[in-house]
Design a protein around this ligand. Sequence first.
Ligand SMILES: Cc1cc2nc3c(=O)[nH]c(=O)nc-3n(C[C@H](O)[C@H](O)[C@H](O)COP(=O)(O)OP(=O)(O)OC[C@H]3O[C@@H](n4cnc5c(N)ncnc54)[C@H](O)[C@@H]3O)c2cc1C
Length: 460
Amino acid sequence: MGRAHAVVIGAGIAGLLNARVLADHFERVTVIEKDTLPDHPAHRWGTPQDAHLHGLLLRGRQVVEQLVPGFTDDLIAHGAPTIDLAADLAIRSPFGWGRRARSDLRTVSASRILVERVIRRRVATRSTITIRDRTQVVALAGTSTRIAAVRVRPGFTENAIEELPVDLVVDATGRGSRSSHWLRDLGCPPPPEQTLNSRVGYASRLYEIPAQHCATWKLCLLQTTPTGPLRGAALMPIEHNRWVVTLIGIGPHRPTRREGDFLPFARSLPSPIVAEALHNAEPLTDIAISTATSNHRRHPDRVAQRPDNLLVTGDALCSFNPVYAQGMTAAATCAALLGDCLDRHDADGSRSRISSHYYRRVRPLLANCWTLATTADCGYPDGPPPTPRQRITRRYLDRVLLAGTHDFPVQLAFLRVLNMLRPPASLLEPAVVARVLRNHHPTADAIPSHPPGDRSGPRH
Ligand SMILES: Cc1cc2nc3c(=O)[nH]c(=O)nc-3n(C[C@H](O)[C@H](O)[C@H](O)COP(=O)(O)OP(=O)(O)OC[C@H]3O[C@@H](n4cnc5c(N)ncnc54)[C@H](O)[C@@H]3O)c2cc1C
């Protein structure tokens, strides 16, 4: 394969990070984006999820920082607050409030809009990367074993189709990816797909943080689980003294976009802390809803006859129930792994079977994320019943959460796994298991309404 031109379809977070990686290996990289890309951090139609709370896991921030040095400082310069994910996060599971204390889990809390804008600005400064917005990819040209060109429709009104010759194509078009259809037109069978939809619904809006707000936490998470509660919420501080507040409901409990439902839903949660925080807070936006929350995975690597120079990544390859906040981190890590594959191929002088190498490298990472999300999700109403293995895993995880309400080292071990800093198997290390087994403590009935240290009642 030549090294001349790589095309990335989609200028979301996955697309931008892949372009950044490809720029080390190709003479030219073109990112094609159908949306108009704003100069400032702003909502766009192509990424409807950007109105919702987007937690960037610690592992994700580290990987983005490696790929785009200066990323964290840029977020802070734009007003994103710094937080300690063990000390500042009030997290309520059905077993109680997770223990909090100062830690090294320090990060920055920003809107998805700002995260994307900061990455885009830094990626666009590379002289070999061109970002073409208002341009939609409509088809691929070539054969079932090699893509020769990408067919694009520039502008919103023009019907003229342009062909861009390519050496490598990366599909980063998100959940709605059409590359399986495009490949079918080239004679390739569609890749097998897997879906687990727990029918999670989000309703989100931004609020100004009231001056009188005072709590021992900076962000909070009221978790949902298959055995209840089926309503939860998350509240996170972002740039410019704002909160992004997301209400979460399962099945019939999915929140609506009706103005009159938002606060009553918040008041119906197992803890009043979100409703109390919003009591005097000024809403800054309308309510946005999303039900695009299924766990969905495509397996292009299981199709024998496929073009070797087409790679699928980000949500187009694997998307997760967003309550586990894995999407951006998985996208960033897959981009970094593509960089490793290309380094190897450059070193041994060939790019043959780059796609097999790439999918082999990303498979374990995605399998971990997939197992975590689908194990936690199985058993929700309308979902499949848990397998015996999932049942055992979940029972142990429940014990971890219970122990974490009293034992900070256990909670910290859990938070490290949640932030993808450690593998899930680290919760089975003898030191953790011993602490988990030692901790038998109160049941759900005894959970206080507020996290330890917070005084109850709305602040006026
Ligand atoms: C409600 C919700 C909440 C979420 N919360 C979190 C969270 O807390 N933490 C987290 O890490 N992740 C979260 N995610 C997931 C996260 O948004 C994604 O995993 C992440 O942004 C990576 O997405 P992507 O770049 O692969 O795709 P996208 O962000 O969907 O970007 C795809 C891009 O491709 C463009 N495009 C599509 N088709 C074409 C075409 N034919 N031609 C040209 N351009 C095209 C689109 O306009 C868009 O810009 C959430 C997702 C949802 C739905």
